[in-house]
Design a protein around this ligand. Sequence first.
Ligand code: SF4
Length: 53
Amino acid sequence: MNFVNECIKCTVDQCKHHAQSQNYCSLNSIMVGTHENNPTMDQCTDCKSFEVK
Ligand code: SF4
């Protein structure tokens, strides 16, 4: 079974780093960023470690 990092919860199971059977990331750490100049809400932030499956 793949490593599950219980410190990083994630529901994006389209990502190749997702633990699939459980809503966690399998990476040791992730990078979070933003695509906005002036982020004001959670929708403004992104997981920069995302990679499509
Ligand atoms: S890399 Fe980001 S989007 Fe992908 S499973 Fe981990 S936390 Fe989720």
